[in-house]
Design a protein around this ligand. Structure first.
Ligand code: UTP
Length: 277
């Protein structure tokens, strides 16, 4: 059973400046709930109750969000406003939260490597909270992936079909289909030239990784901009061992971009918030 989930949240979120000058992008709200809370809910639903954040400077608001806010809670105790805190309080009861700092922004691969001590020698989930994944009425994407991991015991990456014009913004896989929604990965390329992309299947911000990934990241050379790419370590893992790509059930919103964020906001307002009001 996979119990740990890593949230790399050390990035600068430059696409949302100036909003992210003093506030983490993971705290941007989709209607009235921060992005990171959606991600933690998905992890807990998948049985991953040990939440490990890889943070950086200016990310204190995330720690405060998953902690008691004594003055506020005393002030609204007994009033109708308390109901708004039920979701986060229940999440805090179900999960434990650990934090470690990435003190140099050396890419997603490096951020994952920084979590090694917290994770130890066991498989773990990874959530990039700016990818919001929703599957109302069904299992969340991480829960779907945890089931596959129990079956195959290897690393799993979540993928989706992306139009050719957008494929250059993603890590892209090549592989052999095992079933309609499962592909055994043979190769992976980070941000390919669209004309040379090995497929139209892009990796999104959900991973389930086996712990040998840490050694593979360690031996990965820094690429563009001095960043250590998780994609490069996953390519080695696919070639030496086993990585599966999974076409998940549900809908993903790219909330790291302004259009995706707006789409998610409108969708959640219409689907959940307005319906409940
Ligand atoms: P992104 O490149 O999408 O995030 O990294 P960013 O750098 O925060 O955003 P922009 O592009 O400047 O707007 C993907 C994920 O990896 C984390 C980010 O926090 C984000 O969740 N990350 C990236 C780290 O934790 N450390 C890094 O060194 C790089």
């Amino acid at each position: 059973m996979v119990t740990k989930c890593v949230f790399p949240v050390a990035g600068y979120g430059t696409r949302f400046l100036p909003a992210t000058k003093a506030m983490p992008k993971e705290m941007l709200p989709i209607v009235n709930k921060p992005l990171v809370q959606y991600g933690v809910e998905e992890a807990v639903e998948a049985g991953m109750r040990d939440i490990c954040f890889v943070t950086g400077r200016g990310k204190r608001a995330i720690e405060d969000h998953f902690d008691v806010s004594f003055e506020l809670e005393t002030q609204i105790a007994g009033s109708g406003k308390e109901a708004a805190l039920e979701g986060i309080r229940s999440l805090m009861e179900q999960a434990s939260f650990s934090y470690t700092r990435q003190n140099e922004m050396k890419g997603l691969g490096h951020a994952i490597l920084v979590s090694r001590r917290l994770v130890g020698d066991e498989p773990f989930g990874v959530v990039l909270a700016d990818d919001l994944c929703l599957n109302p009425g069904g299992d969340g994407v991480l829960a779907q992936m945890a089931r596959l991991h129990a079956q195959f015991r290897c690393s799993i990456v979540a993928v989706m079909e992306v139009p050719q014009a957008e494929i250059g913004a993603y890590g892209v896989i090549a592989g052999e289909a095992i079933s309609d929604d499962l592909i055994r990965v043979t190769d992976m390329v980070e941000k390919p030239d669209p004309a040379q992309a090995p497929s139209n299947l892009a990796v999104i911000g959900r991973y389930l990784l086996t712990p040998d990934i840490f050694g593979l990241i360690e031996s990965t050379e820094a690429g563009k901009n001095g960043e250590i790419q998780l994609t490069d370590a996953l390519r080695s893992q696919a070639q030496q061992g086993c990585v599966m790509a999974y076409k998940f059930k549900g809908r993903r919103f790219d909330c790291g971009s302004v259009p995706g964020f707006m789409e998610a906001t409108n969708h959640c307002y219409e689907t959940f918030f307005k319906a409940d009001a």
